[in-house]
Design a protein around this ligand. Structure first.
Ligand SMILES: Cc1cc2nc3c(=O)[nH]c(=O)nc-3n(C[C@H](O)[C@H](O)[C@H](O)COP(=O)(O)OP(=O)(O)OC[C@H]3O[C@@H](n4cnc5c(N)ncnc54)[C@H](O)[C@@H]3O)c2cc1C
Length: 259
C-alpha cells in the first residue's frame, strides 16, 4: 500500500523548513519521531504556488498501509523539529491506495484496463500519470489497426519489469528505516539508466535486474542482505500494531506538536 497524510501550511510559516522555490523529495532524515522499531516513512514537501506548502509524510510498500493518525503525528513532529507549529485548522489530505494493480491479460473483446487500473501505476513509486499519457498513442494505434491493445501495451519485457518492481516493493516493505535509507542511498548512486529502469523506462529488464542485484550487493552490514531478499524478517511489519491516536491529537490534531 501507499499511505500519505498531507498538511497544507502557509508558505511564511513553512519558511524555516522550505524556502522560496525549494522542495523536498523523499526526506529520510530523522525528526519524525519514529524509532527504528517502527515501520519507516519519509516526507515530501512541495510549494504549490498558491502561497501554501504541502508537507506529506508517506509510507510505501507497508502491508496494510500506515494509519492517518500515525502519519500525521510524524508530519507534525518533523515540522516541530524545525520550529514550525500548527494551529490545527490547516487543510489536510489523506491518501491510502494499493500500489499493485497488475497488468491485464491479453485477449480481444473485453474492456481494456488503462491507467492505474491497467497496471500503469509503477508499483515501486505509486506514479502513473506520465506512463498513462505516454502510452495513449500505443493503445489507440493498436485499436485503429484492429489489434489487441493489451498485447501492444504489455510486451513480455514490460511485464517482466512490472514483476521485478513488485518484488522490489515487497523488499522495501519489510525494511527498517536504516535499511530503507541504505537502499535509497544505493539507488541515488546508481547510473541514470539504472534509476530510469526503476522510475520510468518500462522494458529495460536487464538494467533493472542489475540494479536490484547491485542494491543487495552494496548493502552493509552484510546480514542486511538477507532481509533485502526476504530470507530473514520476510514479514517484519505484517503484524505490527500502531498506537491508537492520542486523545489530544484527536481533539486538536495540529496543536499537539511537541519538539
Ligand atoms: C498523494 C498522492 C500523490 C501522488 N503523486 C503522484 C505523482 O507525483 N506522480 C504520479 O504520476 N502519480 C502520482 N500519484 C498517483 C496518481 O495520482 C494516480 O496514479 C492517477 O491519478 C491515476 O489516474 P487514473 O486516471 O489512471 O485513475 P483515477 O485517477 O483513479 O481515475 C479513474 C476515474 O474513473 C472513475 N471511475 C471509476 N469507476 C468508474 C465506473 N465504473 N464508471 C465511471 N467512472 C468510474 C473514478 O471516479 C475516477 O474519476 C499520486 C497519488 C496520490 C494519492
Amino acid at each position: 500500500m501507499a499511505s500519505a497524510h498531507g498538511i497544507f501550511v502557509d508558505a511564511d510559516i513553512a519558511a524555516p523548513m522550505i524556502g522560496d522555490g525549494e522542495g523536498l523529495l523523499m526526506d529520510w532524515r530523522r525528526g519524525n519521531g519514529a524509532s527504528s522499531q517502527e515501520p519507516p516513512s519519509f516526507l515530501y514537501a512541495m510549494p504549490l504556488g498558491d502561497g501554501t506548502v504541502v508537507f506529506e509524510e508517506t509510507s510505501l510498500g507497508l502491508c496494510g498501509g500506515m494509519p492517518q493518525h500515525e502519519l500525521r503525528r510524524r508530519t507534525v513532529n518533523r515540522l516541530a523539529a524545525h520550529g514550525i507549529r500548527l494551529n490545527g485548522d490547516e487543510r489536510c489530505e489523506a491518501a491510502h491506495y494499493p500500489l499493485v494493480e497488475p497488468p491485464p491479460k491479453p485477449g480481444a473483446g473485453r474492456v481494456v484496463g488503462y491507467g492505474a487500473r491497467g497496471g500503469m501505476m509503477n508499483p515501486a513509486t505509486g506514479y502513473s500519470v506520465a506512463d498513462s499519457l505516454a502510452l495513449a498513442d500505443t493503445a489507440v494505434t493498436a485499436l485503429q489497426q484492429g489489434e489487441d491493445p493489451i498485447a501492444a501495451l504489455w510486451p513480455w519485457q514490460a511485464r517482466l519489469v512490472y514483476w521485478m518492481r513488485v518484488r522490489g516493493l515487497w523488499g522495501l516493505g519489510r525494511l527498517t528505516t536504516e535499511q530503507s535509507i541504505a537502499a535509497f542511498d544505493s539507488f541515488f548512486t546508481a547510473t541514470p539508466r539504472g534509476q530510469r529502469a526503476v522510475l520510468s523506462t518500462r522494458d529495460d529488464y536487464a538494467t533493472l535486474a542489475a540494479l536490484l542485484v547491485r542494491t543487495v550487493a552494496h548493502t552493509w552490514p552484510f546480514h542486511w542482505r538477507f532481509d533485502f531478499v526476504g530470507w530473514t524478517h520476510r514479514n517484519r511489519w505484517t503484524d505490527y500494531t500502531f498506537n491508537l491516536p492520542a486523545r489530544t491529537q484527536q481533539s486538536h490534531p495540529g496543536a499537539s506538536a511537541t519538539p
